[in-house]
Design a protein around this ligand. Structure first.
Ligand code: NAP
Ligand code: G4F
Length: 399
């Protein structure tokens, strides 16, 4: 799909449930739209106008705007524009709103703090206030995309619904406002408004500058001989990583609960960035060892399982024809430019409330997540090999 935004031809009145997703072009928005369409919802999504197409993640859900009775409808909008949001909500009359839109990159939020406060913080208020102003408080349930970043400098391990917040970035501070304004509108106006405090969740369509995707893209390119080295920041940071597919199901379940509450969604396990790097390289048969400390730490090729690499690349690889993976080659270095002014050292969630009360369970363990991402990125990057062989230029992004 390339820009199919036509809010004037809405689906006719229907007994189907209607959902509105802000941030539908993002990782979670795309998986959630897919999930809700399978559940027979009519799904409306808000898309930002951009100078280039920004709908790659939802192109497979595209429906020709000229077709009657569409069940996937896009609207131009922005979290910083109250009138626009109010108008869309009035037109759509949603049963459920999933507020996923945000400038979601923690490091970038230090560069654009005012914008982040506006879009991520006040943006949530604009949605709540629009629903109240339009008299939809009884009809419309609201899911607010809250985050484990709220725990920041963690006050206990693991973190649960009762752990105090200590945000450590402009992003987390903005999300803290969004969290509490959601609670306040629930308590003040009796709205079905809930926070899902989700720990990190990743997938093959994760933004390329988040650490997991940066690693799986680089490990794939290094295996294919398209890149020499991966530069990372804090290798000691620990995250509780799950798969986005499992997490969007919980967003929906949170709005199907008997009463509005706030929920922690996590795996309950935590893993250092360094370990994620090892797992990604292991997928292609490359065993790494890490040496050194701080900015001098490096990841070095210890050995290669040639049978694994050959199987993954679909061609015979050995020490003679794949010299870029020779033992003792440095493939990971630390670059302080990726350090944050204030870091969140460890996140590990306690999902027991959601497990007991909502039946939260997961299909993907971390190993499955790494496999899913590596499989997808190897396929994606293999295209560059063909392009190069055909004499075409390929792009290198410094993520
Ligand atoms: P993402 O991939 O970065 O997607 C963010 C979405 O928000 C994109 O569709 C983006 O549009 C849109 N957006 C950004 N600024 C906007 C604005 N001013 N107006 C309208 N739309 C705007 O993020 P995600 O990983 O899917 O996360 C979804 C939500 O969950 C976010 O609120 C995030 O903060 C929160 N969260 C994420 C995680 C996680 O680990 N993924 C964990 C906890 C909470 P473009 O496509 O045009 O950029
Ligand atoms: O992948 P990250 O950028 O994710 P972060 O900061 O945890 O935020 C993500 O998860 C939050 C939930 O907890 C969401 F709310 C938020 O929207 C976003 O989706 O970084 C993870 C860790 C950090 O400690 C970072 O310092 O990886 C460390 N890291 C080390 N090297 C790096 C890098 N992060 C990035 N992005 N790039 C690096 O080169």
């Amino acid at each position: 799909m390339k820009n199919n935004h036509n809010s004037s031809r809405l689906a006719p009145s229907t007994s189907k449930r209607i959902a509105l997703i802000t941030g539908v072009t993002g990782q979670d928005g795309s998986y959630l739209a897919e999930f809700l369409l399978k559940k027979d919802y009519i799904v409306h999504g808000i898309v930002r106008r951009s100078s280039l197409f920004n709908t790659d993640r939802i192109d497979h859900l595209y429906q020709d705007p000229h077709v009657e009775n569409r069940n996937f409808i896009l609207h131009y909008g922005d979290m910083t524009d109250s009138m626009n949001l109010t108008k869309i909500i009035q037109e759509v009359q949603p049963d459920e709103i999933y507020n996923l839109a945000a400038m979601s990159h923690v490091h970038v939020s230090f560069e654009t703090p005012e914008y982040v406060a506006n879009a991520d913080g006040i943006g949530a208020l604009r949605i709540l206030e629009a629903v109240r102003f339009l008299g939809l408080t009884e009809k419309t349930k609201i899911y607010q995309a809250s985050t484990s970043e709220l725990y920041g400098k963690v006050q206990e391990i693991p973190q649960s619904e009762t752990t105090p917040f200590y945000p450590r970035s402009p992003y987390a501070v903005a999300k803290m406002y969004a969290y509490w304004i959601t609670v306040n509108y629930r308590e003040a106006y009796g709205m079905f408004a809930c926070n899902g405090t989700l720990f990190n969740h990743e997938s093959p369509v994760r933004g390329e500058t988040f650490v997991t995707r940066k690693i799986t893209r680089a490990a794939s390119k290094i295996a294919l001989g398209l890149q020499d080295k991966l530069y990372l920041g804090n290798l000691d940071a620990k995250r509780d990583w799950g798969h986005a597919k499992d997490y969007v199901k919980m967003m929906w379940m949170i709005l199907q609960a008997p009463k509005p509450e706030d929920w922690v969604i996590a795996t309950g396990k935590t893993t250092p960035v360094r370990e994620f790097v090892k797992m990604a390289f292991e997928y292609v048969g490359v065993n790494l060892r890490f040496e050194g400390k701080g900015v001098d730490e490096v990841g070095i090729i210890e050995s290669v399982k040639w049978d694994v690499l050959s199987a993954k690349l679909g061609k015979e690889c050995n020490e003679h024809n794949t010299t870029h993976l020779a033992p003792n080659t440095i493939v990971v270095s630390v670059d302080p430019r990726y350090f944050r002014p204030t870091e969140v050292d460890i996140l590990m969630g306690d999902p027991s409330k959601a497990e007991k009360k909502l039946g939260w369970n997961r299909e993907y363990e971390l190993k499955d997540l790494v496999e899913d991402m590596m499989k997808s990125d190897l396929k994606l990057m293999s295209k560059d090999v063909y392009l190069k062989e055909g004499g075409y230029q390929t792009m290198s992004y410094y993520e």
